[in-house]
Structure formats: C-alpha cells, structure tokens
Design a protein around this ligand. Structure first.
Ligand code: IPE
Ligand code: IPE
Ligand code: MG
Length: 247
C-alpha cells in the first residue's frame, strides 16, 4: 500500500511545524561548501509544501533562519538571504495557483531590504488563499517573540487598557506572532538533532515531536507521510486521562 494511502484523513494534524536542519552536513558529506546544502534545501521545501497541500494539511510552518543564525559567517548569511529572495520570487506564482497563502514571522525589520520587499510582494499576492497557510520563520526566535509579547502587555497595563489581573494564557497567546494559527500538532526536526533551538517554545507545549536523521536537502514527501503516520499512532492526552480526551 502506498504510504499516502496509510494516512487517516480524519486524524490529520492541522498544523505541522518543521525545523529544517542539516544542510551544512549534507554539503560536507559531498565535499562541498555549506551554502551548497542550502541551495539544495529549496527542493525539499517545494516537495513538502506540495505534499502537505495534497494531503489536506492546513498550516505548515518552516524554521528557515533563527535570530542566532545572524552570527554565522557573513558569506553564509548573505547567500542564505539571496537564496530566500530567489526562492520566494520563483515559487510564489505556483504557490498562488495552488491556493497557498504565504506568511512570515520573526524580526522582519532586520532582514535586508530586497528580502523584505520580495516577501511583502509574495504575501500580498497570496493573501486571499486559504487551502494551506505556509509560514516562514525568519530571523525568528521564541524568546525574542515572548519578550515582545511581554513588552506589549506591559504597555497596555501602563496605559490602563488592561489590569495585571487580566493577563492570562489567552491574552499572552494573542500577543504572539502566531495569534491567528492553531498551535502545531506535530513538529518535525531533520538531521538527528534532538532539540528545539528556540523555535515556538510557547506554541509547542503539547505538540507531538518527531525527529528524523534525514538531512533537510534529502527530505521528501515520503518522509512527511512517515511523520504523519507516526503521529497518528500516538495518543495525545493533554494532561488528562485517556477517556476524557475528545479531539
Ligand atoms: C539548516 O541547516 C539551515 C539553517 C539553519 C539556516 P544548517 O545550516 O544548520 O546545517 P547543519 O546543521 O550545520 O548541518
Ligand atoms: C535551527 O537550526 C534553526 C533553523 C533550522 C533555521 P540550527 O542549526 O541553527 O540549530 P542548532 O545551532 O543546531 O541548535
Ligand atoms: Mg544546523
């Protein structure tokens, strides 16, 4: 039986988050520069987006560049930014035809101007689509996001708009950049690293975690299907006991 046919359409994760990792090691295995790995990671994103759209996944969030990644060698950072601009430019017409809406989260003001404008163009082109929402986390880190949320709440308290007693989980979640999305049901990290690296720390509280040794440039639709099948075998309890949980 085809892997895709083993997926239960009634138990699909609504939101899948992905930490795309291992580009540098993939390149090194081939005796190439790290940026060769990033170049080859684009195809993996394409295939994953297509597979998710075909399967009926509603939200995909890719960790593409962390706040901490700015500290990498200058050449790697600028090549990554250029690659991103090219990928957005080349892919956005097809994303649009397929009903995909593109979004970005992170400290977008810190991106180079050509990157910001290309991104803004693709976001507005695809704004009316609703088959699948693809969010790219760029210059993103969860601690940065939570600190910003705390600052915004502090301002609202200081201005008298709200009282400290009104601060609750819902209010804080409403200050995060993911406020319009459900929390991820499934997180996939490639390359065998078993950590979150400052990604969506608040939102992943009850997410199922899936780690695969596959390096990101080798990740293809069959790997996504395997992760979904694994997810569907799990029992999510959210702190309750089995028969209390209604999904
Ligand atoms: C992921 O691959 C891409 C980014 C973090 C931008 P890496 O570049 O981290 O590759 P490894 O983990 O060093 O192999
Ligand atoms: C996480 O990967 C960030 C992205 C995938 C964009 P890193 O390669 O930067 O994470 P660490 O350094 O291994 O934790
Ligand atoms: Mg890495």
């Amino acid at each position: 039986m085809d892997l895709k046919d083993r997926i239960d359409k009634d138990k699909l994760p609504r939101h899948i988050a992905l930490i795309m990792d291992g580009n540098g090691r993939w390149a090194r295995q081939r005796g190439k520069e790290r940026v060769f790995g990033h170049e080859n990671g684009v195809e993996a994103v394409r295939d994953t987006v297509k597979a998710a759209a075909d399967t009926g996944i509603r939200y995909l969030t890719f960790f593409a560049f962390s706040t901490e990644n700015w500290c990498r060698p200058q050449h790697e950072v600028s090549t990554l930014m250029d690659l991103l601009v090219d990928a957005i430019r080349n892919e956005s017409p097809e994303l649009n035809e397929n009903g995909v809406r593109l979004q970005a989260i992170g400290d977008l003001d810190s991106l180079p101007e050509h990157c910001r404008s290309q991104l803004a163009e693709a976001i507005s082109l695809t704004a009316a689509n609703n088959r699948l929402t693809v969010t790219v986390a760029l210059s993103y880190s969860a601690r940065w996001e939570i600190v910003n949320a705390a600052k915004n709440i502090a301002k609202k308290v200081a201005s008298g708009e709200i009282t400290p007693g009104q601060v609750d989980q819902e209010l804080l979640a409403g200050e995060l950049l993911t406020r319009d999305m459900p929390d991820p049901d499934l997180l996939i990290r490639t390359s065998g690293e078993l950590r979150l690296s400052n990604f969506l720390l608040w939102q992943l509280a009850y997410t199922e975690l899936y780690f695969t040794p596959v390096f990101w440039p080798d990740f293809r639709r069959k790997h996504l299907y395997q992760a979904i099948i694994d997810y569907q075998r799990r029992e999510r309890r959210f702190g309750k006991v089995k028969n209390q949980v209604v999904l």
